[in-house]
Design a protein around this ligand. Structure first.
Ligand code: SAH
Length: 482
């Protein structure tokens, strides 16, 4: 949140909030954040039905089980570690963060303090000198296992043994340590190569009663406490039994599908990322599950093939990325005609667009519940249950999906509403880009194409103060900001 004066409205706000910018809602107390998220979800989704009360956290602090710290130096030469200031490559020194696991933060600070004694130099991104670039820590909240990954510019580590011994002495809870080599000029934290320095090279954790192996690179839920609540709600909506045939689309490492496979007859997962599919297969094996299989495929292609082959499914879980689902996926879903669809979404704007198409295709929204997965940020996760309507009318599967390639329909309507409001009240004409700039300023995340100029050197005109004031007023009017 760049607006420092706003932060004064919450006396408990993080002292680094203005510098860091990672948490957009630091100006609000936690109960107000939940109200804000509920209101956002309602604006976008209430036309589909009642939005149940958001499921918040009992204790919203230190929920992240994975912490990544960049290492560098101040101009004065002091070693610092922490996060990049939002939108920049400047490191903000962090000793402790309200969202991050406390053990992980302590380990990172101790590593930082150990560096001079071991004559370990931090990496300089401009000069390409030095060694330590990042430290990544993952902790299994249920298992208590802790992984530390030192990300360095090359594999030379002369004081390795002594360094590891001292780190383990300070933190006996560490169960594995890895060295990851990132020798490229890149924004990615992890490089390809890795070496196990201590322990088994991965940690395990329990989620929904299932065991998962977590390596340095594998994806795993960041907030396992809320993730269980989200999955429990999804399972409640799915009302599975031994005869249910289930599809888990956009399945990642298979967590939802595996939670479903405990009750369902059979589950098939589909996922594009082949490393995630590998993890999904080995996780299913680890838990001795025989009624689940995974395909590495585009979810749209997979669903189309299922529909073409006349396959059937009783329940489809879908958990697409922020951009939402594809045209091919939804039209095939409507041909497949599952009894129930459980849509899990991390972006209520694309969710609203997709629900528009699915409800036009013969489904009814039965339940909508937002879940707060990322307190202090403006992210909103939602789980929706759709059921097949009893055939009052024939389902037209060739519904017009042309709007798909454009702006999310809901977002477009909102933009138009903002434009209309500004014009009728201030007689000012404002552009999409103007609105996007102001929304971004208030931390309302925009889709990629509004955030970035089309080409590197294209210029983005700045909004005039007069327009900014009018748009800010509109955002307040539509309850998008406080
Ligand atoms: N359901 C999982 C992951 C959801 S995140 C969980 O709960 O953990 C969305 C997933 O969709 C990511 O794993 C991403 O790799 C995958 N994905 C993105 N585009 C896809 C596509 N076109 N087809 C299939 N999977 C896709």
């Amino acid at each position: 949140m760049s607006n420092k004066s706003n932060l004064k409205t919450n006396p408990d706000a993080c002292p680094l909030a203005a510098k860091c910018g990672g948490c957009q809602l630091q100006n609000m107390t936690y109960p107000r954040q939940l109200k804000w998220k509920q209101a956002r979800a309602e604006i976008l989704l209430k036309k589909f039905g009642n939005v149940d009360k958001i499921i918040g956290m009992d204790n919203p602090l230190h929920y992240r089980n994975k912490v990544q710290a960049a290492f560098g130096r101040t101009r004065g030469g002091k070693i610092i570690s922490g996060v990049y200031q939002s939108g920049t490559h400047r490191i903000v020194n962090v000793d402790s963060c309200m969202t991050e696991d406390e053990t992980a933060d302590k380990i990172i600070v101790d590593i930082r303090e150990m560096l001079p004694k071991f004559k370990i130099w931090v990496y300089d991104e401009d000069k390409h000198t030095g060694w330590l670039r990042h430290v990544l820590v993952k902790r299994g909240f249920s298992s208590g296992e802790v992984m530390v990954v030192l990300v360095a510019a090359d594999s030379r580590f002369p004081s390795k043994k002594k360094f590891i011994a001292e780190l383990l002495e300070k933190h006996p809870e560490i169960t594995t340590i890895l060295l990851n080599i990132n020798d490229r000029d890149t924004n990615l934290v992890l490089g390809e190569r890795e070496e196990i320095l201590y322990g088994k090279g991965y940690i395990t954790d329990i989620l929904c009663g299932l065991e998962f192996a977590i390596s340095a690179k594998s994806f795993y839920q960041i907030n396992p406490v809320q993730c269980e609540k989200l999955y429990n709600k999804a399972m409640e909506y799915a009302s599975l039994d031994k005869s249910s045939k289930v599809i888990d689309a956009y399945c990642g490492i298979g967590t939802i599908g595996m939670a479903a496979a405990k009750t369902a007859g059979s589950v098939i997962g589909a996922e594009l990322n082949k490393d995630a599919v590998k993890d999904a297969v080995s996780n299913a094996k680890r838990n001795g599950m025989k009624n689940i299989g995974f395909y590495c495929a585009d979810a749209g292609d997979f669903m189309e093939a299922m529909a073409d082959e006349g396959e059937s499914a009783d329940v489809v879980f879908m958990d697409p990325p922020r951009s939402g689902s594809s045209r091919k996926f939804i039209s095939s879903l409507l041909r497949l005609k599952p009894q129930r669809i459980v849509y899990i979404s991390c972006n209520p704007e694309t969710l609203a667009r997709d629900l528009g198409f699915i409800t036009k295709g013969g489904y009814e929204v039965k339940r909508i519940t937002p879940v707060d997965m990322f307190p202090f940020t403006n992210h909103i996760e939602t789980v929706v249950l759709l059921s097949q309507q009893k055939p009052k009318f024939t389902v037209d599967i060739d519904i017009n999906l042309d709007e798909f390639d454009q702006t999310a329909a809901e977002a477009k309507a909102t933009y138009q509403e903002i434009k209309n409001y500004v014009y009728s009240k201030y007689k000012l004409k404002v552009s999409h880009l103007n609105i996007a700039q102001i929304k971004q300023k208030y931390g309302i995340i925009e889709r990629q194409n509004y955030n970035h100029p089309k080409s590197e050197n294209s210029r983005q005109p700045n909004c005039t103060p007069e327009k900014e004031k009018a748009i800010t007023d509109a955002l307040k009017y539509f309850k998008m900001i406080e």
